[in-house]
Design a protein around this ligand. Structure first.
Ligand code: PMP
Length: 423
């Protein structure tokens, strides 16, 4: 159904690996909720560059604000005004944010937070949760690998390579715990008394089916971390400023010691931050624990952060994102019910995922990649850009919702969903 151009850079599926996968696409421009490829096809964007372009593309406030910075110089190598404004906004919005530091990407900011936790505790071992993703860096080894099987029993964790193809010597000191399993969590802490520098989690597992925390699980994690003097790190790279102004920690009312932000924070520019309690962050400020980076909080990216957070601090903006997403989630649930297609729709309005399994429950063991491919391809045919993921044993379709979706675009999206499920 799509135009397919031979030769040159084209968004035809010529370069894709297997199946009816429309990726890679070569995008050339975007405005509002729409994004265009090099062939001139237009899509409604529910990928948002993995959740970054939360206000939509080419938002006028961002375009104007960034043009002003570009015209007056972008790098000075000293403190700058926008980074201070941004730090103050983060302190205002995020309960745990007594001190703030900036980075360029989520991976770097997670690494900074872990460094701070190790510095503050004098310990090295980390606790992470099955299926949670925290960036690609080797020195952390807390990507969504290792699986619990690879990591070994939690009483005696094995040193594991970070990712396939990386020498086995490149390892880190990490214990993997099942998510939402209170007994396993208690057992892990009991097996490692006083050992963990930090426990790191995605409070909503954006990288694995948008699994929500079971009631009481984050509270238990908080209590165990407090008792063991382990730094609790919420990786809010996906949830931050998206699931309400203060992120997951305000949504669930559980306060971590440190939180990590990126994606929505920069509104589409490379910007990340980690923030938290003075006791853990202070050694970074004094230089006792090192953290740096030439481009951290450049005036350009910090300005993007200030403009984006000022918009997201308006409950009308986050309310609109949430309402748009909830209507899409409901439409998918209803269409699936009507057609008797088992699927689970998990997450919050701003960020949710559709999981296809035989009974509609997001089990670990089963991959319905056929339905996922159909869903993803059908979305593409209907000019909706989504992310589909085969990893982590789920068939997923991932949605990120921007503030730019108009009523007409929402109606078109819901129609496309009805048509896809009918087909
Ligand atoms: N943490 C989480 C929860 C993420 O989703 C991601 C990126 N998908 C990262 C960390 C790493 O961020 P980046 O890709 O900006 O390095």
């Amino acid at each position: 159904a799509k135009k397919s151009l031979a030769g040159g850079i084209s968004s035809s599926s010529r370069l894709t690996s297997t199946g009816p996968d429309p990726y890679p696409l070569y995008m050339s421009s975007g405005s509002g909720a729409r994004i265009r490829d090099v062939d001139g096809n237009e899509y409604l964007d529910y990928l948002l560059s993995y959740g970054s372009a939360v206000l939509g593309h080419a938002h006028p406030a961002l375009t104007e604000g960034l043009a002003r910075v570009l015209a007056s110089g972008t790098m000075f190598g000293t403190c700058n005004v926008p980074e201070v404004e941004l730090a103050e906004l983060i302190q205002e919005l995020v309960p745990c944010a007594e001190l703030v530091r900036f980075a360029n990407s989520g991976s770097e900011a997670v690494q900074g937070a872990v460094r701070a936790a190790r510095g503050a505790t004098g310990r090295s071992r980390l606790l992470k949760f099955e299926g949670h993703y925290h960036g690609w860096t080797d020195s952390l080894a807390i990507s969504n690998r290792p699986t619990p099987e690879e990591a070994g029993p939690y009483e005696a964790p094995r040193a594991v390579p970070h990712s396939p193809g990386i020498p086995a010597g490149v390892v880190d000191d990490v214990v993997v715990c099942p998510w939402n399993d209170p007994e396993a969590l208690k057992a892990v802490f009991a097996a490692h008394p006083g050992e963990f520098a930090a426990a790191v989690c995605e409070p909503i597992v954006a990288n694995n089916a948008c699994g929500m925390p079971a009631p009481g699980f984050l509270e238990l994690l908080r209590d165990l971390c407090t008792a063991e003097r382990t730094v609790l790190i919420f990786d809010e790279v996906c949830t931050g400023f998206r699931t309400g102004q203060g992120g997951a920690q305000t949504l669930f009312g559980v306060r971590p010691d440190l939180a990590v932000f990126s994606k929505a924070l920069g509104g589409g520019l490379p910007l990340a931050a980690f923030a938290g309690v003075r006791e853990v962050m202070e050694p970074l400020a004094s230089g006792q624990v090192k953290h740096g980076g030439t481009y951290n909080s450049s005036p350009l990216c910090a300005t993007a952060g200030v403009i984006t957070l000022r918009h997201l601090a308006d409950p009308a903006v986050t309310g609109r994102i949430d309402a748009t997403g909830r209507q899409i989630m409901e439409t998918i649930r209803r269409a699936a019910r009507d057609r008797r297609i088992p699927c689970a729709v998990q997450g919050v309005g701003a960020m949710f995922q559709v999981v296809f399994t035989p009974d509609g429950q997001p089990t670990r063991e089963y991959r319905d990649t056929f339905r996922l491919d159909r869903a993803r391809y059908d979305a593409f045919r209907h000019e909706l850009l989504l992310r589909g993921v085969h990893s982590n044993a789920y068939g997923l379709a991932c949605w990120f919702v921007s503030a730019a979706v108009t009523d007409d675009e929402l109606a078109r999206t819901c129609e496309a969903i009805e048509e896809s499920f009918a087909a």
